[in-house]
Design a protein. Structure first.
Length: 111
């Protein structure tokens, strides 16, 4: 079993597969660990669908300003969204605000 806490943005492809140790893991079929700071109910959530990062965040990467390419997808989980930002190799977590927008939470997988 691969440790999903070690998942890196660069290893997630546009089809929602995580490439690790020579294997290809379909994240749509996995329980994805959610950092406790962004967690609302459960410590893992399922991926419900994938959306293009440049549609979710048209202004581009909040860290370096790079426009997201079509190769970057957002994992839409049950209550949060995960953006594997390959430009910075960062897993960016977004939580829904009461107004229905999404705000970035600055927490990594390991915390
Ligand atoms: Zn970036």
């Amino acid at each position: 079993m691969n440790d999903m806490h070690l998942m890196r943005a660069k290893d997630i492809d546009r089809n929602g597969y995580w490439h690790v140790n020579g294997c290809k893991i379909n994240l749509m079929e996995e329980s994805i660990p959610v950092p406790k700071q962004v967690r609302t109910v459960n410590d893992t959530e399922h991926c419900l669908m994938l959306v293009k990062a440049n549609e979710f965040i048209p202004e581009g990467c909040p860290d370096c300003g790079t426009q997201f390419s079509d190769d970057i997808v957002v994992l839409v989980l049950e209550t949060v969204r995960l953006v594997p930002a390959k430009c910075c190799d960062l897993m960016m977590w977004y939580v829904e605000t009461p107004t229905g927008n999404y705000e970035r939470e600055n927490y990594g997988m390991e915390t």
